[in-house]
Design a protein around this ligand. Structure first.
Ligand code: F0G
Length: 459
């Protein structure tokens, strides 16, 4: 890698999308209409959209050119074969099962591997992943290291699986009652924190010794590979592709949302090595997604994803991506805003409990913070706390996660340094007014994945 300033964009702008600049009064009305849920805002009322890095990225000219080469045959599209080749080149699994997005793959894997009553350990839950595991009759159990739940802990690999916790689950429940273990790389809800290669290797050894499969949530695997490259001894000279291959090599299969690392607006896949596992997923993909050679995607989308995959594992591209998160993180940190430390890959997470200590978690601290940031500066973020965590399927009680955060997620190649300056200015202004703020009450609660559609009123 060169010593070039990592914030300097390794691309230039060819097309622009105008955004609306609004007044605070306008945004207060829009927030009220949206039930104080940033998911329910209209995108055109948002100035800088940091809701998610999912499907919101800027594709390259090469990807857009690929869109014109869509082979929209129902069966055997040539774009499927390009995607299969790219997946093998970047990750190395034997079988590819395309899906419309990540959760489609999660459904296939959960249905193939979980028998009702089985446990599914994982390094912190992800919303859709856990939902599909539970729908298949499984019970998720968190085996992430304790450090992940502490926003102030500075460990470089806070996404790691705690081997003792995993071993305890095996001992207590019995290996045959464990469907598989999921390793998320990076760990979204922990703040985009990476998992080390050593940890993946050790988890794999322990799991396989007990006949337990390892499934990688490879949604941001290339970002994780970048962190391994810069933080773990022995990987500095390896390419992101080589690191991805090694990570995947310790696992039996993967689910992946194509909407992140690959810059595409839609897409995903499941992958594995075992022939029977692949056959099971292929028999379900035709029921729930589409034929096994398109899985819910148009041919053109598979082409864009194949090209995006090959582009994204470029070291310079990934270094710039992480540098943007770090830039915003540093601006906020310097101003004393309480953040999840260290900075993760796909965004900056604010510790809402420390930002608003006067608002208890039962009054949706982070939900209120996400709303206030929108009202103050037109920036949309996402709650990642008690609302996202939902309810225990058995007891009906709310899960109360230790981390009560909002996520300022950085779409890839979309915003510039001055956009991040505006985000920081707005949040710093809000921080000065923090003592005035009160919480929310929930007035509408959907049954599944409630954070998407829940509505609130101000207390
Ligand atoms: N796994 C992880 C780690 C994710 O972050 C996501 C999506 C999925 C699986 C599901 O993929 O959306 O394509 O169905 N995360 C988005 C986010 C929604 O905003 O973090 P999907």
């Amino acid at each position: 890698m060169s010593t070039f300033n990592p914030m300097a964009e390794p691309y230039k702008i060819k097309m622009v999308e105008p955004v609306k600049i609004t007044t605070r009064e306008f945004r207060q009305n829009a927030a009220k209409e949206a039930g104080y849920n940033t998911f329910l805002l209209r995108s055109e009322d948002v100035y800088i959209d940091l809701l998610t890095d999912s499907g919101t990225n800027a594709m390259s000219e090469n990807q857009w050119a690929g869109i014109m080469l869509g082979d929209e045959a129902y069966a055997g599209s040539k774009n499927y074969y390009h995607l299969e080749d790219a997946m093998k080149e970047c990750y190395g699994y034997k079988h590819l099962v395309p899906t419309h997005q990540g959760r489609g793959a999660e459904q296939l894997v959960s249905k193939a591997l979980i028998s009702p009553g089985q446990w599914v350990p994982g390094n912190m839950y992800f919303t859709t992943t856990r939902e599909h595991q539970e729908l298949a009759g499984g019970q998720f159990v968190d085996v992430i290291v304790d450090a992940a739940h502490d926003p102030l802990d500075e460990s470089p690999f806070k996404g790691n699986v705690d081997l003792n916790k995993f071993e305890k689950v095996i001992k207590e429940q019995g290996a045959k009652n464990i469907a598989y273990i999921t390793i998320g790389v990076t760990v979204n809800l922990a703040g985009g924190q990476p998992v080390s290669m050593q940890n993946i290797r050790e988890v794999s050894e322990l799991a396989h010794k007990n006949g337990i499969k390892v499934i990688l949530d490879a949604t941001r695997a290339m970002e994780n590979a970048y962190f391994i490259k810069v933080r773990e001894k022995g990987y500095a000279a390896k390419s992101i592709k080589e690191i991805c291959h090694e990570m995947c090599g310790y696992t039996d299969g993967a689910t992946c949302s194509g909407k992140k690392d690959f810059h595409t607006n839609i897409g995903g896949f499941a992958a594995c090595n075992d022939d029977d596992f692949a056959t099971h997923m292929r028999s379900n993909v035709v029921v729930y997604e589409g034929l096994q050679t398109y899985g819910g995607m148009a041919g053109r989308d598979m082409e864009a994803m194949a090209r995006g995959m090959l582009e994204a594992c470029d070291d310079v591209c990934m270094r710039h991506r992480v540098a943007q998160s770090e830039y915003l993180w540093n601006l906020l940190d310097k101003a004393g805003i309480p953040l999840v430390r260290p900075c993760g890959g796909h965004g900056v997470f604010i510790d809402a409990r420390a930002f608003y200590p006067q608002i208890p978690q039962e009054q949706y601290t982070a939900q209120k913070l996400a709303n206030d940031i929108y009202e103050y500066c037109g920036v949309r973020s996402m709650e990642r706390g008690i609302v996202s965590a939902g309810r225990d399927k058995v007891t009906g009680h709310e899960h109360k996660p230790k981390l009560e955060t909002i996520r300022l997620t950085i779409p890839r190649r979309v915003y510039t340094q001055s956009h991040f300056d505006v985000v920081a200015e707005g949040i710093i202004e809000l921080y000065k007014d923090r003592d005035k703020m009160k919480g929310l009450k929930m007035v509408y609660e959907p049954k599944a994945l409630r954070f998407f559609q829940a509505r609130f009123e101000k207390l």
